[in-house]
Design a protein around this ligand. Structure first.
Ligand code: GLC
Length: 714
């Protein structure tokens, strides 16, 4: 008999339900722990998992209680939200999505896992795989942006990074694909609101990222708080049992979101905690995070015959197997035993700076305003985000709460020690007080350039942080108008830098600033990375993973729209349009300027007639006509011309990068297995359909910038 079967045979019901329960430990800062003082429950074996602990000391102390004091000595599984770094915070996931670099996505997850494991942790509640096409939704910050194909690539890279090749390694962590599924499609972008989408959209847009995570071997998965088409995800048998476990073959651990089982009562599908526990267990949920529904509800449900001991044992087995795979039985203290050397942490900061640099998206750069002229002798850095080092860490700082982060002001002063750098916040991030604007404007006189650092507080995105008006908060617009008016009068260029967890609706700033950067929240090395780009030490290369709306009324706006039977046609009144704004976004998916100037030509696609077993070879020539070396990201899209179902105007299928010096030319090669041209037929099953498909290549989803060729599938 295996160790696990032997254990299960010896376990009492309270001990089994303890393994199906996760609570915030008594060390936690996240409020009411269900176990009261969890230490006694751990000794009694009636709590088997913890979250929101940090530090080898407390972690090993709790682990020792479980392993050495409890009757069966089953080790604890302890997890934390390590979303974009543990203590060394990298850019928020939305920013990192825009680097389009699978190796770096994997490396930052790897480094986060090493740092978290060094703190004694064995599980992270990441990657967050919620595609979002609605900047009103605050958790857009934690996700991959608007595209399903990109999400799937990020999913694979992050699972590989967190888990490595051996889950029992002292540097590996169990990853958690979340929040299953379509959480990003909440009604009106309002957090926790209902999700109502078609089965086609569910399968084309939201499930592929989770399918990719499962194929990559993700150890755990977390259902979303939300209800999908009337069924709360925590009790969604068709998707959790039938699609995830049966169709996808996922046999890992399903852990609920915080208190989600109890919230089935608020959803109105459970009368009480017993009902809720039955619904969750029947759907295949293994660990109850913070609701205490399993410990309180399942004993009653057992007596009522509504669940069986076998169903409980199935979940207990999955949890124990995960602990075994993590090596927790063999050596429960292996994570957190060795402190990381300072040199390794310094290397991690170097990586954080590189990834932060590559996450910066230069949205506009009129008349080559950037990089700052080397002759610049004085700058003024204005705005409430200029010296906001804490905000740079974004909304999910995990264990990095007290880690120092470099602000724009600090980064610039470090990079330009001889330059006179003046600063005034002008206004607070989110207040009506305009009294500081005049002093800020006065600083502009006599400088070579003005840097306007504007945007959100980190807590204005992330969980429970939807904004009905995702624009500049407070009186920042008034500050921008006053500063730009003064700078214009003095002939001084203005570079606006936006800090946010989402695309912001900033049409005026986009029009009036000479240069505009999206700096999202770049983590602990933010200021240094921004200085690297502003001074020309590095060219910006980031691309926006989400379309930027011109106005809120365009939301949801994304490049993968279906064509409509009356697509926009200026010559025809009765076509799909608004009376008051263009259909196109302010900035398209994939948009991002560099210090180079790349020209594309000679798109070549082979073969022209494609069978399902073929692989397409696609190449395009590039030339850098700019004055500086830079790295271009080239996107590959497809467009099916005729199908039994309406197909998106563009489907992202690949990307490639090429670094060229001024005047240099080169070419990028992309290969595309023809099987990637399958689509979901009327029955939502993958189909390889004969017919014409357009291959499109270019710098973003902006249609006029794409080279295209039509091929024939046969
Ligand atoms: C939160 C979030 C989830 C997180 C969990 C544990 O409410 O929804 O993403 O992993 O609780 O902190």
């Amino acid at each position: 008999m295996s160790r696990i079967d032997t254990l299960i045979a010896r376990m009492t019901l309270p001990e089994k339900l303890g393994q199906l329960t996760m609570t915030a430990s008594s060390y936690t800062v996240t409020g009411p722990v269900i176990a009261g003082d969890s230490t006694q429950s751990i000794i009694d074996g009636t709590i088997g998992n913890l979250l929101n602990m940090v530090g080898p000391g407390p972690v090993h102390e709790m682990q020792r209680l479980a392993v050495e004091k409890s009757r069966l000595g089953i080790p604890l599984l302890i997890g934390l939200d390590i979303i974009h770094g543990h203590r060394t915070l990298f850019p928020i996931p939305l920013a990192e999505a825009g680097i389009f670099d699978e190796d770096l996505w994997e490396r930052t997850a790897r480094e986060a896992a090493r740092e978290g494991a060094a703190d004694g942790l064995a599980m992270t509640f990441a990657p967050m795989l919620d595609v979002s096409r609605d900047p009103r939704w605050g958790r857009t910050a934690e996700g991959p942006g608007e595209d399903s194909w990109l999400n799937a690539r990020i999913a694979q890279a992050k699972v590989r990074g967190f888990q490595g090749n051996d889950l029992s390694s002292p540097e590996a962590m169990a990853a958690c694909a979340k929040h299953f599924v379509a959480y990003g499609a909440v009604t009106a972008g309002r957090e926790y609101a209902a999700v109502d989408i078609s089965d086609r959209t569910l399968h084309e847009v939201y499930l592929p990222g989770f399918a990719a995570a499962v194929r990559a071997g993700v150890a755990t998965l977390m259902p979303a708080f939300t209800d999908l088409n009337g069924v709360p995800m925590t009790a969604h048998i068709p998707l959790l049992r039938d699609w995830l476990r049966v169709e996808m073959g996922f046999d890992g651990v399903i852990v609920t979101d915080y208190n989600a089982i109890a919230e089935l009562i608020k959803h109105g599908v459970a009368a009480d905690l017993v009902d809720a526990a039955v619904l969750a267990l029947k759907a295949g949920v293994d660990i109850d995070m913070m609701a205490d529904a399993y410990r309180k509800g399942l004993p009653v449900a057992l007596e009522q015959g509504r669940v069986t001991m076998e169903e409980i044992d199935t979940s207990v087995r999955r949890v124990l197997r995960l602990k075994e795979e993590l090596g927790l039985f063999d050596d429960p203290y292996r994570r957190g035993t060795t402190q990381e050397p300072a040199a390794l942490i310094a290397e991690r900061h170097t990586l954080a700076r590189e990834v932060a640099r590559k996450s910066i998206v230069m949205l506009k750069n009129e008349r080559d305003t950037l990089p700052l002229p080397t002759a610049a002798k004085s700058l003024c850095v204005i705005g409430p985000l200029a010296d906001a080092h804490t905000e740079m860490k974004g909304p999910w700082w995990g264990a990095g709460e007290h880690e120092p982060a470099v602000s724009v002001l600090a980064g610039l002063r470090a990079a330009l020690p001889q330059t006179d750098i003046r600063h005034a916040p002008g206004v607070a991030i989110n207040s009506d007080d305009e009294s500081g604007i005049e002093a800020a404007v006065a600083l502009c006189d006599g400088v070579d350039a003005v840097l306007l650092c504007l945007g959100e507080r980190a807590s204005m995105s992330g969980e429970a942080a939807s904004r009905a008006t995702p624009a500049l908060p407070g009186r920042q617009q008034a500050l921008a108008e006053a500063v730009i008016a003064r700078a214009r009068a003095l002939g001084i260029p203005v570079i606006a830098i936006l800090f946010s967890g989402r695309p912001l609706v900033v049409p005026w700033l986009s029009e009036h600033a000479d240069a505009l950067l999206a700096a999202w929240f770049l983590g602990v090395e933010a200021g240094n990375a921004i200085a690297d780009v502003l001074t020309g030490h590095a060219s910006p290369s980031g691309r926006t993973p989400m379309s930027w709306p011109r106005v809120i009324g365009q939301i949801p706006i994304f490049f993968g729209q279906r064509p409509s039977g009356r697509p926009m046609n200026p010559a025809d009144y009765y076509t799909s349009k608004y009376h008051d704004v263009d259909n196109t976004p302010l900035y398209d998916f994939g948009h991002g300027l560099t210090y180079g100037r790349f020209c594309y030509d000679e798109l070549r696609v082979e073969p022209q007639r494609v069978r399902e077993q073929d692989t397409l070879k696609i190449s395009v020539n590039l030339r850098n006509d700019g004055a500086r070396e830079a790295e271009e990201t080239v996107f590959l899209f497809t467009r099916a011309k005729v199908s039994p179902v309406t197909r998106p105007l563009l489907e992202l299928k690949g990307y490639a990068k090429l670094r060229l010096k001024p005047g240099e030319a080169g070419s990028v090669e992309l290969s595309l297995p023809a099987t990637d041209l399958r689509y979901l037929g009327p029955d939502l099953q993958p189909v390889f359909e004969a017919g014409q498909v357009e291959i499109l290549v270019g710098p973003s989803a902006e249609q006029t910038g794409l080279l295209r060729q039509t091929i024939e599938l046969s």
